[in-house]
Ligand binder design. Structure first.
Ligand code: PMP
Length: 331
């Protein structure tokens, strides 16, 4: 057991997250399922990496000057990452978020000092969609940049340059498959590209929630959504710039019920308190592991902490109101 090297800069705390063998999922799949603990980042989610890479990229290109502002539209986690990185580097943050996201994320953003702009949840084609609103605010604000996580490929570069090499090194180059869900696609495309650069035989799978269009796109070329999901931060309806050229070998579609079952089991049996996208990812990893067979090794992303969803996923009334199963211990 070695302790992490001491850091002389708080931003160096982003990344280098632990990888953990998930016992229940491994048993269910009949092979090894590993979870990358992205909830261990300072902002408690995988999005700290994208935030750091996007801001460093804007600095390097001379677009973000001292005292400037970073504006972004986000389901919340990217905003939290941006607010922390911006604070550490002396920038201001404006975050535009749909008002149906978790209260915890909104409270966290305000607590971190971000200016929070809430908009109604709308379709991407609506000019008031959170993404378009954030672009407009960036254009109208002096000294501001638009982080543009969906189409700014500095996002996936974070995963090509950090997440993928970390997983490869942690598993000592013995990995057969990787899967995760898509919000921007930065994680799936970046880790996929990064792992394929080490070994092109590593199988990369999309794990899509219902209500997203990518499962059909990779299965039969049609961008078509079916059903719906309450999972926050995932569920994409278009091919973002980050997804372009993503090396996807296969795809799975996972229901909220199946994802929640893994959220419950990982908490009850392994002491991991996670959000729903992590549960959906684990369900996808189990499906991929079954496909790859015994003795295979599959990795996935444990995207964020469950503490962000105490008023939703971990609240009996909320679950019941959405016709979702209630965890035994909450009844
Ligand atoms: N899970 C959660 C909880 C998220 O907030 C996000 C980011 N939107 C993702 C998964 C997906 O990550 P990515 O944007 O890299 O596709």
């Amino acid at each position: 057991m070695t302790s992490p090297a001491p850091c002389t800069d708080s931003l160096d705390l982003i990344g280098n997250t632990p990888l953990v063998l998930l016992k229940g999922p491994s048993e269910a799949a009949g092979c090894e399922i590993w979870g990358k603990c992205e909830f261990a980042n300072p902002g408690a989610s995988v999005k700290d990496r994208a935030a750091l890479w996007i801001i460093r990229d804007a600095q390097a290109r001379g677009e973000l000057l001292p005292g400037g502002t970073v504006v972004e539209g986000t389901a919340g986690n990217t905003g939290i990452g941006i607010a922390l990185v911006a604070n550490a580097l002396g920038y201001k943050t404006v975050i535009v978020m749909p008002d149906n996201q978790s209260k915890e994320k909104m409270d966290t953003l305000r607590a971190l000092g971000a200016e929070l702009v809430l908009v109604p949840p709308t379709k991407f084609s609506d000019p008031n969609h959170f993404v378009h609103t954030s672009r407009r605010i960036a254009e109208e604000t002096d000294g501001a940049i638009w982080a543009n996580q969906f189409d700014n490929v500095a996002n996936r570069r974070a995963h090509i340059e950090s997440t993928a090499p970390e997983i490869w090194e942690q598993l000592e180059g013995r990995i057969d498959g990787f899967t995760c869900a898509v919000g921007t696609g930065g994680t799936l495309a970046g880790v996929g590209m990064g792992l394929k650069a080490f070994d092109e035989n590593v199988q990369i799978a999309l794990t899509d929630p219902f209500g997203a269009a990518l499962y059909n796109y990779y299965a039969n070329g049609e961008l078509k959504a079916e059903g719906s999901s309450v999972a926050e931060g995932i569920g994409q309806g278009r091919i973002t710039a980050n997804l372009e050229g993503a090396p996807i070998d296969t795809q799975f579609r996972i229901s909220d019920e199946e994802g929640l079952e893994w959220v419950a089991r990982l908490l009850r049996d392994e002491g991991l308190c996670l959000g729903l996208s992590s549960g959906i990812n684990v369900a996808g990893a189990v499906a991929l592991g079954k496909q790859l067979g015994p003795r295979s090794r599959v990795a996935t992303i444990l995207c964020d902490t469950g503490f962000r969803y105490l008023s939703s996923l971990y609240n009996a009334e909320w679950l019941r109101s959405r016709d979702l199963p209630v965890f035994d211990w909450l009844r």
